[in-house]
Write a protein of this length. Sequence first.
Length: 186
Amino acid sequence: MPNLSNRKIAILTESGFEEVELTSPLQALQEAGATVQVVSPQQSTVRGMKNHDWSIDVPVDLNISQANAEDFDGLLLPGGVFNPDQLRMNQQAIDFIKAFFEAGKPVAAICHGPQSLITAGVVKGRRLTSYPSIAVDLINAGAEWSDAEVIVDQGLVTSRKPDDLPAFNRKMVEEFAEGVHAGQHT
């Protein structure tokens, strides 16, 4: 497994994230040696969901108002239905996402997570996957969508659902280890 001991990764989330889509990648990043910070519009905690019910509370390390993409080497966007929907309505969150693409830094998004990428305007001409219910949204935004376990496109890693987490985590760690991708720019 690639070593991320010199990498700092942001997990951008709101309440309503799918629990395992945050906890599993977080564990994979930490096991690879990354320093990980949860970034959110919320001040203290965000609440996850599991099987359509509220579940765990996760501490917020950094409020989005103080977050700067320059301080991070990669970005993870967990899924869940409510999480990306709320992030899409927060201009600071959208600007934070855009900054990773502008700098060519790797980004990983799973399930409904790519919805935020649509609002950030970074999917046109990109190959990706997602939860099937948002495929039409991604296609209408100019993405080339495929029903695949994991897709990597110039530093952008996407997967469909929790069952894809082993492949998603593996590719996410690889891309974060590679660092800046020239083709990632918006």
